[in-house]
Design a protein. Structure first.
Length: 272
């Protein structure tokens, strides 16, 4: 049983290694499946989800929170898949979302730009210069996105447990290396680390559900969870908003109970 979170540069064969590892271990593999699940669960648009996981944040996006519901939806699915165990999560910021879970194996897969450009040429049919520019631009956009969301340099090798250079190793060898790494006791879930992951998953799902609902999206509601016991708190203007938040919280799978501490703001009496 284990969880692998892969961060990979475009054209580095990171997807291939992840799929091979999942096949060998009998694990689930998820990359674009994360986006599909977020769309189905929370009703978010696919293009918006892809933008917040792959592309450079726009100038105005840095100063507003209007797209936070997309990020929340992706993070909720990543944490839920990880909590279900036996999964290889590739891209979508998985290594950074799961960085506080001690038993998750964080992996970086990359290769020199020229080699990755060759793969892009073969796969996408681009000429060499266009492929090289595409690889370079994609690297910059994804690095900017990760820095913006998680304040981490995605190129920092010290952030990862394993770094693979696919110029030097094959897909099969890469999968073998990661399979061996998973045998380290550090990457075996303990009851404590599994509970931490479950609680984080519940909080993330609560946040995503509240942001997906137009009635509760503008609310400043805080969710915390301890051993499956979910607490939602904050101040709202109306009772229907409080009830909508309560329904969203109680619909989350795995929640033992919900304590609704949301207060309805009292209205000043109208002046005569």
């Amino acid at each position: 049983m284990g969880v692998v979170a892969i961060s990979k540069t475009y054209g580095s064969l990171g997807d291939d290694i992840g799929r091979k590892l999942a096949e060998v271990l009998g694990y689930r593999f998820a990359d674009r499946e994360v986006v599909a699940a977020a769309t189905e669960r929370f009703g978010e648009g696919t293009l918006g989800l892809i933008h917040v996981t792959e592309e450079k944040p726009g100038f105005l996006e840095r100063f507003r929170a209007s797209e936070r519901h997309y990020v929340a939806a992706v993070e909720a699915i990543l944490l839920e898949m990880a909590a279900n165990d036996n999964v290889v999560l590739c891209g979508r910021g998985a290594a950074f979302v799961l960085s506080r879970i001690p038993h998750v194996l964080r992996v970086r897969i990359t290769a020199p730009e020229r080699m990755r450009a060759q793969h892009v040429q073969q796969h996408d049919g681009l000429v060499h210069e266009a492929a090289l520019n595409f690889v370079h631009q994609t690297d910059r956009e994804r690095a900017a996105r990760i820095k913006f969301l998680y304040h981490v340099d995605w190129n920092d090798p010290l952030f990862y447990h394993v770094v693979l250079n696919t110029e030097q190793i094959s897909v099969e060898h890469g999968a073998q290396i990661l399979r061996a790494a998973l045998e380290d006791p550090r990457f075996v879930a303990t009851p404590a680390s599994r509970q931490t992951l479950t609680d984080q998953s519940i909080v993330a799902q609560a946040r995503a559900a509240l942001l997906a609902n137009p009635l509760t999206r503008p609310l400043q509601v805080v969710a915390t969870c301890d051993r499956g016991h979910l607490i939602i708190s904050g101040i709202v203007d109306r009772e229907d908003q409080r009830q909508a938040a309560d329904r969203a919280a109680r619909a989350i799978p795995g929640v033992a109970d919900v304590l609704n501490e949301i207060a309805v703001r009292s209205r000043a009496p109208a002046s005569v």
